[in-house]
Design a protein around this ligand. Sequence first.
Ligand code: NAD
Length: 287
Amino acid sequence: MEKRISGTTGLFTLLGSPVGHSGSPAMYNFSFQHQGLDYAYMAFDVKKDQMPQAIDALRLFKVRGSNVTMPCKTVAATLVDDLSPAAKIIGAINVIVNDNGKLTGHITDGIGFVRNLKEHGVDVAGKKLVVIGAGGAATALQVQSALDGAKAIAIFNQDDEFYANAEQTQAKIKEAKPDVDVQVYPLADQAKLKAEIESADILVNATIVGMKPLDGQSLIDPSFLRPDLVVADTVYNPLKTKLIEDAEAIGCVTAPGKGMLLWQGAAAYTLFTGKDMPTDEYQAYEA
Ligand code: NAD
């Protein structure tokens, strides 16, 4: 470390709360070192109301770039100088690039989702998706799938404060990509869910169900699955959710959330450095 950090080392950060559990510092510092880049990455626990100060600090310390995590993704989008097209539609960011003092916000969660599917041999272009969820991850992947040519997206959510998000996403996608057929349904309508899955190519769980402490639970009745359905999950802890296990048992192509996490990070790395992240080497190192 004493050989790596110098007076010229460029800093990248993670801002959000909590951040102590994050795998990002290990992943980015490994990659910087592997590629001989004079950069370092540190996580800072920052609450929502502290974000204006944190963004000022990025400017003051000429921090090269930052990731932003919950609960700061939405407020951060209001504090930067410019937004990528997807970030403009979504109104949230997980990446900030500092280009000589100009801060641009990007969102790579949806890019990571689409890339993860691609790594499993599945292209969203021309496909119909059924997505359970209307929170941050769901919105990002719904918008990115629409931008990347999905034919139709059926969004299901339980009747909670997130339901209105789904309707807003529907309206925003309609404005940006009017050809994409986006429908919103209550998750309680199981007959509709079954029918929509029947005509879909890709089913996605983008809720917290399946994630610890809700592991072992799934919102999808296994009888709704069939072998030619692609099943993806945003949940990465545990690595295999009950939904992914049910889908594997039926013979579906599955795309667990860990890949989405890796590829959203890799997309951020490219925005930060202009280089491809050494993902194979990092996965081998991590294993
Ligand atoms: P969020 O809080 O923004 O949204 C939560 C969603 O879960 C909402 O749609 C809500 O209605 C739904 N929900 C909550 N409890 C439910 C229940 N009992 N039954 C049905 N639906 C329920 O959360 P988020 O940030 O969108 O995260 C969702 C999941 O995606 C988490 O597991 C998170 O770790 C994961 N995630 C993964 C990545 C990745 O790169 N793989 C990125 C972001 C988030």
